[in-house]
Design a protein around this ligand. Structure first.
Ligand SMILES: [Fe+2]
Ligand SMILES: [Fe+2]
Length: 373
């Protein structure tokens, strides 16, 4: 486990091992005064033997946060707040407002009859619907109705607006954005729609009806944007697909039965910077442990269980959100012997893969499971 990097000694050839002397300290001061520095004073820190995530594993329990989220309804209006959201704060990533790695997440709440101002930004976003009825999102003129466990995209640069029908109920959903990543790239723009609202220009749910048909693409359908034209992936067909796939596969020893949400045009990730998957853990399933690069934010779509992350057990149940930092050992277990459990996962895998930074390692020892620390 952590012994791996404990074994990574720094007092070896090829690593920086320069002892301070009065002469060197004076030299460092001199360089600092000229906005420069000696690499060997920072080299081992900036180039660790293996990824050193600043993020810590966290479970955000819905039963603890739900009341706080609802409380915000009376405290601020969406007009005043822009977006009425309680964000998830990772103790190791407070400086960049990330839930894990370079991914931001929050819980947004809206009353029936409310609407948030239409806007667009360089950051890409996803929604994962948690509770309530009548919520809808408009993305570049495409209106989508939203139900529990639906997964929705608002890709970078698209105008978007969220609202709940007057006939609906109070709605809560998870927002996930690559804000910290886009800020790290120093490339984030934000724009409020000149009319504060955007017109609906197409039939309701047209993008899912057009692009969301299993094994079929629309006649003459062309799409050249870098993100999926299927802006909404509904829960029911997703779950059905997992159950079908589970009936004919052993799945992965590390993930159970996992399927990735894809852009139907090219089977690539739904957006360039963030990808998502849904996985099913069969009754009684306890996966083997592995670790890989990339940051992962899990959302329990169904059932209950626990994950062991870097040797520590984290229990979860429906609607809880938890994170697995980059290169952290992890394994998942379904608590039920009768029901399956489903985990939605938002990640930065598209970036990791596109930049050839993906690495994976099986735990191996102890029959593939981590001893609890
Ligand atoms: Fe937005
Ligand atoms: Fe994994």
């Amino acid at each position: 486990m952590s012994s791996d990097h404990e074994n990574h000694r720094e007092d070896v050839a090829g690593r920086a091992n320069v002892e301070d002397t009065p002469e060197l300290l004076a030299y460092y001061d001199d360089l600092e005064g000229k906005n420069a520095g000696a690499l060997w004073t920072v080299a081992n820190k900036i180039e660790p033997w293996e990824p050193q995530s600043q993020s810590v594993p966290v479970v955000w329990r819905f039963k603890d946060l739900r009341e706080d989220v609802l409380k915000s309804l009376a405290l601020v209006t969406p007009e005043k707040a822009g977006r009425r959201v309680v964000y998830l704060s990772n103790p190791g990533r407070r400086d960049v407002t990330a839930a894990v790695g370079w991914i931001y997440a929050g819980l947004q709440v809206m009353n029936p009859g409310e609407a948030a101002t239409a806007h667009r930004h360089s950051a890409s976003a996803i929604r994962f619907i948690m509770e309530g009825e009548g919520a809808y999102t408009v993305v570049d003129g495409h209106k989508m109705t939203l139900g529990a466990n639906d997964f929705v995209l608002t890709p970078n640069g698209t105008w978007h607006e969220h609202a709940v029908d007057a006939s609906g109920t109070t709605c809560i959903w998870q927002d996930g954005l690559d804000i910290p990543f886009v800020n790290a790239m120093e490339a984030n723009f934000f724009e409020v729609h000149p009319d504060l609202s955007e017109p609906v220009a197409y039939p309701v749910d047209d993008m899912t009806k057009t692009w969301g048909n299993a094994g079929l693409t629309p006649n003459g359908g062309d799409w050249d944007k870098g993100y999926s034209p299927m802006f909404k992936y509904e829960w029911e067909p997703t779950y059905e697909s997992l159950v079908k796939y589970a009936s004919c596969t052993d799945g992965s020893p590390f993930d159970g039965v996992l399927m990735e949400y894809v852009n139907p045009v090219n089977n690539g990730p739904v957006m360039k910077t963030m990808g998502a998957s849904m996985q099913l853990l069969r009754p009684g399933e306890h996966t083997k442990a592995h670790r890989h690069t990339g940051s992962y934010l899990y959302h329990v779509a169904k059932g209950s269980g626990h994950s062991i992350i870097n040797g520590k057990r984290y229990n979860w149940q429906e609607k809880d959100i938890f994170c697995v930092p980059s290169w952290a050992w992890h394994e998942h277990a379904n608590a039920s012997d009768r029901e399956d459990a489903c985990l939605f996962c938002l990640s930065d895998l598209p970036v990791i893969r596109a930049l050839d930074l993906y690495k994976e390692q099986a735990f191996g020892d102890n029959n593939g499971n981590q001893p609890i620390l």
